[in-house]
Design a protein around this ligand. Structure first.
Ligand code: HEC
Ligand code: HEC
Ligand code: HEC
Length: 107
């Protein structure tokens, strides 16, 4: 008979594995407060669906760390940094076109 100790240990190990798998495969949405133009939700899923790899955004030199900490100003919207590294109107829709603001900012 398997002792109570081993059963608890096995169940605990399984739970830790499932949690690790969960964080490896399901990245959270990142919600930015925004200002008068409205908040912005960055959706990992939508980007991974475009065949982007973690390292396209998270490798050195870091565009983004794996923490919600980026401080993105309006001036950054015209620079090739943060979201603007791709959202330049070529690789992805622009951050500087009035018509595209609402693709990210939701009121
Ligand atoms: C690709 C997505 C994206 C697009 C397109 C975009 N923005 Fe942003 N914008 C962001 C993100 C992300 C932030 C950071 C918000 C935060 O930190 O709370 C931001 C921040 C801002 C801020 C500063 C907010 C504050 O007061 O902290 C302003 C102003 C702004 N955007 C205006 C605009 C305008 C105007 C447009 C269109 C010309 C635009 N944005 C297009 C993603 C985008
Ligand atoms: C298109 C760009 C992009 C791709 C691709 C991407 N991420 Fe992210 N990730 C971000 C951004 C933006 C943030 C928020 C960073 C910030 O605000 O400083 C973030 C944040 C995170 C966070 C912290 C989230 C939180 O709520 O604390 C984790 C964990 C993470 N990413 C893991 C991954 C993994 C794993 C992959 C690959 C499967 C991946 N990311 C792919 C852009 C990306
Ligand atoms: C590594 C490149 C890359 C970075 C960095 C990046 N994006 Fe994107 N994003 C894309 C591509 C590629 C698409 C799909 C093409 C398009 O819609 O123009 C896309 C699409 C989107 C969409 C539309 C998604 C949908 O639901 O169809 C939103 C919204 C968006 N990005 C917001 C952001 C925000 C906010 C940031 C910064 C926090 C960001 N992106 C950073 C490449 C990037």
């Amino acid at each position: 008979m398997v002792s109570k100790f081993w059963r608890i240990l096995i169940v605990s190990v399984c739970m830790v594995c499932f949690m690790a798998l969960g964080t490896a495969f399901a990245q959270k949405d990142v919600k930015y407060e925004g200002g008068k133009d409205g908040g912005v939700t960055f959706v990992h899923k939508a980007h991974i669906a475009k065949k982007l790899k973690c390292n396209d955004c998270h490798k050195e030199p870091n565009l983004f760390t794996k923490k919600k900490e980026a401080k993105i100003s309006e001036a950054d919207h015209k620079e090739p940094k943060f979201c603007g590294a791709c959202h330049d109107g070529k690789k992805a829709f622009s951050m500087a076109e009035k018509a595209d603001c609402a693709k990210c900012h939701k009121k």
